[in-house]
Design a protein around this ligand. Structure first.
Ligand code: SF4
Length: 282
């Protein structure tokens, strides 16, 4: 029976970013109506990790808003990781904190982080249309840094932000060139406050993207349908798994609500899938 891997996200520092990514509600430039807060209490983060584990999550992602890591953030993420590792067994801890140097990544690795997530977001060509405050090449370099310090790499992107089908193919090729262990595919969720007003992707195109990603990345890798799943696949989740996805995000996303984790578990059971209990995909 095919196993599906579950991953949960904790937004541990929300909505305070000065960058201008046109798809992101966490940028302070667009005044999106989201919750904004500084560092969460570590005890709350640990409690939320325990709950995610109870719901079947194997991956647990600690996300901070902002372009990249600084000394304070590295220290905080490391302390949160250590606290979770000492109280919750069997969670693969992923940090998602923007651009990062090898030194910063090594520090996180030495304090309990297993993987680092940094998405390429879109093709190199289209990136300047969605962000002017930093370059796509910085994103790619951070992914290379992740590989070089021996953390497992999680990198993917967002589809439906006005890019062409060539951009989608280029993005998938760039992701594959990094040989990530895990790839999240997000489908743009429009928000009226953001400059990108509509989503230019339909269900069949999303299926094509998943199929191509699975072919390019190989059978052994995690291919996750993340943000936008509820908008595109509601009631047709079987199609994304048949196309090659083998992982989903449960619970809430960064700033948008997801489904109740129990509903996702019921959906998987009804489709005949098992919830994976180990990160080993072999
Ligand atoms: S750098 Fe990250 S948090 Fe900041 S606006 Fe861009 S995507 Fe959002």
């Amino acid at each position: 029976m095919k196993q599906i891997f579950l991953c949960a996200i904790n937004n541990i520092l929300s909505g305070t970013c000065k960058e201008d990514c046109k798809f992101c509600t966490q940028s302070v430039r667009y005044h999106a109506d989201i919750e904004r807060y500084n560092y969460k209490d570590i005890s709350d983060i640990v409690s939320e990790a325990k709950l995610a584990k109870k719901h079947g999550a194997l991956g647990y992602c600690l996300v901070t808003a902002g372009k990249g890591l600084d000394d304070k953030k590295v220290d905080f993420v490391a302390r949160a990781a250590q606290a979770i590792k000492s109280e919750v067994e069997g969670l693969n801890l992923i940090a998602c904190n923007g651009t990062a140097t090898k030194e910063q990544l090594t520090y996180l690795k030495n304090h309990g982080i297993d993987s680092y997530n940094h998405n390429l977001e879109t093709s190199e060509r289209y990136y300047a249309d969605i962000c002017q405050t930093h370059a796509w090449s910085e994103r790619y370099s951070t992914c290379e840094n992740v590989r070089s310090v021996g953390l497992t790499l999680c990198t993917g992107g967002i589809f439906g932000m006005g890019e062409t089908s060539e951009d989608r193919d280029e993005l998938l090729k760039s992701i594959a060139s990094l040989s990530p262990e895990s790839t999240p595919l997000n489908f743009y969720h429009p928000n009226p406050a953001l400059p990108i007003k509509t989503r230019n992707i339909e269900l069949e195109e999303a299926i094509t993207i998943i199929t191509k990603a699975r072919t390019l990345l190989g059978e052994e890798k995690l291919l996750m349908v993340a943000g936008g799943r509820e908008l595109l696949f509601n009631g047709q989740e079987n199609r994304m798994f048949e196309a090659g996805a083998n992982a989903i995000v449960i619970g809430d996303y960064l700033t948008t609500a997801g489904l109740e984790p129990n509903k996702d578990r019921d959906m998987l059971e009804a489709l005949g899938y098992e919830v994976a209990t180990s990160c080993d995909t072999h």
